[in-house]
Design a protein around this ligand. Sequence first.
Ligand code: ADP
Ligand code: ZN
Length: 292
Amino acid sequence: MKRYGGIEAGGTKMVMAVADDKMNILCRESIATGAPDATLERMIAFFRGHPVDALGVASFGPLDLKKDSPTYGYITKTPKLDWVDYPLLPLLKAALDVPCELDTDVNAAALCEAKMGVAKGLKNCMYVTIGTGIGAGVYCEGNLVHGLMHPEWGHIPVAPRKDDTMPEGICPYHGGCLEGLASGPAIEKRWGKSAKELAPDHPAWQLEAHYLAQMCVTALMTVSPEKIILGGGVMGQRQLFPMIHKETMRLLGGYLACVKDTASLIVPPACYPDSGLVGALLLAKSALEEMG
Ligand code: ADP
Ligand code: ZN
């Protein structure tokens, strides 16, 4: 029986887990994300105590995922300044000496949902997190999309609604990109109240649904996902789903004849909040399989 290790690396916490062949989680631990070296030491200590045959890491980004790059496996230009140019995967691999695989947290979550969640059996899906930031992973024809770097859906341009009182947005790079207008902190800045505290019938949610529907339309017109899976803290507002379904249909303008029912197309994740962690464990499994 093989044992797989997984790490979901986030700006707030790091979650480590060990699973068996069937992806049953045997043990897990969560630690606060502190200074990089000290945090890494604690993650390594966890896997020294719970040895694994392979390790998968699902991390916040941006990441260098080009296997022939001298900085493969590094966190690159992240707004989490302590972690800029941090060799996350090389250090883990050097310490644990097992096959390792790294991907973005959202690509890993897309993989999890495609293999064992709400998109099981489908070859194309997309996992979007709407939380402190916005990001999306794309699973296309049975593979996670990397390419030039990896998808960065949080920063796609969206058109501000005419009556938005904060059309300038809050993204330090683009102002009113999707993340700048629709992330948790953007909602909080616009309405002067934490997103969690806004009532379900607050006008904030209709505006939020409008921006997320623009993102869904862009996704449908570009990567053609068979499921768009929306997770993250903000989607805890379950009333957003029917609003996004309706608004996406309206913005599509009848163009995609195959889209008859956005309610079965745009859905919550089945494995939340563990989609990223289980995705990391699946990456470990594929790292071992690749080694033959
Ligand atoms: P992170 O993105 O940091 O990994 P989350 O996905 O939990 O973590 O997102 C945190 C953001 O989501 C915060 O901006 C918070 O205000 C918002 N959020 C968390 N829970 C809710 C909720 N139930 N309703 C609305 N917004 C929420
Ligand atoms: Zn941006």
